[in-house]
Design a protein around this ligand. Structure first.
Ligand code: AMP
Length: 216
C-alpha cells in the first residue's frame, strides 16, 4: 500500500505516520525529517535546503524527488510506504506517479488531515521535544510532569525546530495553501482522497484514518 498523508504543518501527519508504521508494517518516508538530517550533517543537500527551510519555503522539487527515489529503492522489500510531507506540489505528485509506475506500484490512498490555520499556529509555536529521546511536548497541552525533565527518559535538554516560530509558520501555511492544497483536487480526480477532521483529539483522528484506509 502506498499512502500519501496531506495536511498543513502541525496537522499531526508525523504522529499518525509513526503509529501507522507500527500498526500496519509500512515504512514512513518524511522528506522534512530527511532534509533536517541533511542540514544537521552539513551535506551539500543540507546546504542547499537549509536557508529555504528556515524561511518556511519549499525546497526545489528535484531535491526531494531524488531523496524519495533513493528511499524507495533502499526499501525494496517493504510492504508499503506512508509518504509524510511529500508530494507537496503537483510537479512532485506527477514525478511520484512516474517513479511508482516504473516500480510497478501506484498511490493507493490519500488522507487529508484538515485543521484551522489559527489552531495550527498555537500547536506549532508551542511544541518542543526531548533532545535525548525525541518525546514530544507542548507549552500548553502537554508539559513534562516535572518541569525541565523528560517524563520518558529523564533527559533535561529540550529542543525546538528553528522553523516553528509564528512568522515562519505563517509562511509555511501560505506555501501549503498555494502549492500543496491543489493536490486534493489532483488525487480527488482519481477518487483516492479521504478527508479527516484534524481538529479532533489524536485517538479520534486515528480512528477516522483507520476507517478511511479500510474502506473499500
Ligand atoms: P516538514 O517537516 O514536513 O514540515 O518540512 C519542513 C520544511 O522542509 C518545509 O517547510 C520545507 O522547507 C521543506 N520540505 C519538506 N518536505 C518538502 C517537500 N516535499 N518539498 C519541498 N520542501 C519540503
Amino acid at each position: 500500500m502506498i499512502l500519501v498523508l496531506i495536511g498543513p504543518p502541525g496537522a499531526g501527519k508525523g504522529t499518525q505516520a509513526k503509529r501507522l508504521e507500527d500498526l500496519r508494517g509500512l515504512v514512513q518516508l518524511s522528506t522534512g525529517d530527511m532534509l533536517r538530517a541533511a542540514v544537521a550533517a552539513g551535506t551539500e543537500l543540507g546546504r542547499q535546503a537549509g536557508d529555504l527551510m528556515e524561511h518556511g519555503q519549499l525546497v526545489p522539487d528535484d531535491l526531494v524527488i531524488g531523496l524519495i527515489a533513493e528511499r524507495l529503492d533502499a526499501n525494496k522489500d517493504a510492504k508499503g510506504f506512508i509518504l509524510d510531507g511529500f508530494p507537496r506540489t503537483i510537479g512532485q505528485a506527477e514525478a511520484l506517479d512516474r517513479l511508482l509506475e516504473t516500480r510497478g506500484a501506484q498511490v493507493d490512498r490519500t488522507v487529508v488531515i484538515d485543521v484551522d490555520d489559527d489552531a495550527l499556529v498555537v500547536r506549532i509555536t508551542g511544541r518542543f521535544t526531548c533532545a535525548t529521546c525525541g518525546e514530544g511536548y507542548h507549552d500548553l497541552f502537554k508539559k513534562p510532569k516535572e518541569e525541565g525533565t523528560c517524563d520518558k527518559c529523564g533527559g533535561t535538554e529540550f529542543k525546538r525546530r528553528p522553523d516553528d516560530t509564528e512568522e515562519v509558520v505563517r509562511s509555511r501555511l501560505k506555501a501549503y495553501h498555494a502549492q500543496t492544497e491543489p493536490l486534493v483536487g489532483y488525487y480527488g480526480g482519481q477518487d483516492k482522497v479521504r478527508t479527516v477532521n484534524g481538529m479532533a483529539d489524536i485517538e479520534a483522528v486515528q480512528k477516522e484514518i483507520d476507517l478511511a484506509l479500510d474502506a473499500a
